[in-house]
Every structure is written in C-alpha cells, then in structure tokens.
Design a protein around this ligand. Structure first.
Ligand SMILES: Nc1ncnc2c1ncn2[C@@H]1O[C@H](COP(=O)(O)OP(=O)(O)OP(=O)(O)O)[C@@H](O)[C@H]1O
Length: 272
C-alpha cells in the first residue's frame, strides 16, 4: 500500500490525501562493528517542507539518509516515506523518491544526455517524454553545451547538477540530497537553489544534509539536528534557532569543541 498521490506511476490508494508527514522514522538504529552510527533516530519531516539535516562530522546524517532511501538496511527501527514503509514496500517508495547520494556514482561512460535517457527509461517513462524533460533539465542546469560530453569528464559541480537532474526526472514526491552543494561553485549553487525552490513550491518535499548553515538558514523551513547518532533538536527553523543564528544554535546543541589552546603550540612557531 502506498499513500503517495499519483504522479508518474499508478498509486494503490488513488485519490487518497497525501500524508502530513513526508518522512517519519522510528527508533532507526545502525551499528558498524562497535561503532554505533545511528542510535535510535525519530526523524520527522512534514510534507512540503524544505528540510535540512545538520550536525557535525560523524553525527550519522549519511547513515540515516541511506537507511531512509533504501540503500542501507537498518539493524532496528523503521522508516516511512509518504506513509509507506521503506523496507516492507521498497518498490512503492522508490517510485516516488529521488536521491542524490553522497559520493554519487554515475555511469561514467554515458554522456549527460544519455544518462538522463537511461534513468528515465529505467523509470518506465515514455521515450519522447524523457527526451522532453531531459532537454528542459539540461537547459535549467546550464548543461546543454556539455550534454554530449562523457560524465567521466564532468567537473564536481557538473556531476552534482546532472545527478540532481537524474533524481528529478521522474518528478518524485520527496527528494533526498546528501551534501548537494559540496564542491559546487556559487553560480551553480544558485541554479540548484532555484530548481529546488521551484520544486518545493508545488508541494514536494526536499530533505538535504549540509554543513553550510547559512544556506540551511536561507532555504529551510524545517531543521533536524543530529549529534552522536541522535536527533538533538527538530522543528520549524525559527524554533530550532531560538532567536540565535543556526550556527550558534548548533554550537549550543552539540557543544563547541576545544579550540586547541593547550595543543599545537608548535604550529606556526619559527624553528619549532
Ligand atoms: N560503512 C561504515 N563502516 C564503518 N563505520 C561507518 C560506516 N559508515 C559510517 N560509519 C561511521 O558511522 C558514523 C556516522 O557516519 P556518517 O557518515 O553517517 O556521519 P555524517 O553525519 O554523515 O558525517 P559527515 O558530516 O562527516 O559526512 C561515523 O562514526 C562513521 O565513521
């Protein structure tokens, strides 16, 4: 069963109202050997949000997103997207989500245009429609002049843009992006922001992880803060910030690290 509103594929509960929560996890848990990466996460993202998942290095953001998008099997807990259980109903969920994972792996020997065509056909979208959507996405992403270049020759920012285009091609209800702006120049970042804003303005949901607090503050209306495998704050941006900048709030929530007054005395000392 799926509660997704119908888009490209048939929906089991046609005409059913979309659930108020786009994403909901309960007690999500993952351990790698002795390392507990995700220690019981209850993540909530309201439908239609532009949601940010933030936290220090190693907080468990990528592991959480991987479990929610069906890329990594949880040890315990559950994840629902659009009311469907990710691990009990993976086909329904995957039909309605788009993912830009960390360390994005692409088919390097295809051109950008071929990559989009391949993705669209895999999703069962008719060829003419894939071609039409691909050209629009290539234009918006400013990739037309590189569309016939092999992906292996794309720059980091171009890879992010073609990856985002591939993730959007089937018009998903929920889009998951792991560090989408990492390595992207400011002009390309503005393009990505514009595309994502347009996407959420029609009621779709974006969940993205980022270390760039200014960007999260500028874009997001909902924020989940992770530390040491747990959610330590979650809610509307203004509530999580509590009158501070998001950066200040994050430092309070996760605790500022020692700045090294005691150590590194040799660093920068002549002759040391
Ligand atoms: N495949 C793995 N094997 C072993 N440990 C892992 C693996 N993946 C993640 N971890 C560990 O799990 C913890 C959480 O990692 P994760 O990548 O989810 O954090 P993150 O919040 O995304 O970090 P960053 O902001 O640096 O990308 C870290 O301690 C990491 O070393």
């Amino acid at each position: 069963m799926t509660d997704f509103a119908e888009r490209d594929g048939p929906s089991v509960t046609e005409g059913a109202p979309a659930p108020a929560e786009a994403v909901r996890t309960r007690g999500l848990y993952k351990r790698f050997g002795r390392q507990v990466a995700v220690a019981g996460v209850d993540l909530v993202v309201p439908a239609g949000s532009f949601a940010g998942l933030v936290g220090p290095n190693g907080a468990g953001k990528t592991t959480t997103l991987s479990m929610i998008t069906g890329l990594l099997l949880p040890d315990a807990g559950s994840a629902e997207v659009g009311g469907s259980d990710v691990w009990r109903d993976p086909v329904a969920v995957k039909a309605h989500i788009g993912v830009l994972p960390e360390g994005l792996r692409l088919f390097e020997r295809l051109s950008g245009r071929e990559l989009l065509m391949y993705n669209g056909r895999l999703r069962g979208i008719p060829k003419d429609e894939v071609a039409r959507r691909s050209e629009e996405l290539l234009t918006v992403m400013d990739l037309v002049s590189s569309a016939d270049k092999l992906v292996v020759d794309y720059s980091t920012g171009m890879r992010k843009k073609i990856g985002l285009a591939a993730a959007l091609l089937h018009n998903p209800r929920v889009l998951f992006l792991d560090e989408p702006f990492e390595g992207v120049d400011p002009i390309s970042a503005n393009t990505l922001v514009e595309v994502l804003r347009r996407y959420t303005s029609s009621g779709s949901t974006v969940v993205f992880s980022s270390h760039v607090m200014e960007l999260v503050e500028r874009l997001c209306d909902w924020v989940s803060v992770m530390n040491l495998g747990r959610i330590v704050a979650q809610g509307p941006l203004s509530e999580v910030r509590g009158g501070q900048t998001l950066n200040e709030a994050l430092l309070h929530l996760v605790g500022a690290r020692a700045t090294g007054e005691q150590g590194l005395s040799w660093l920068g000392s002549p002759g040391a």
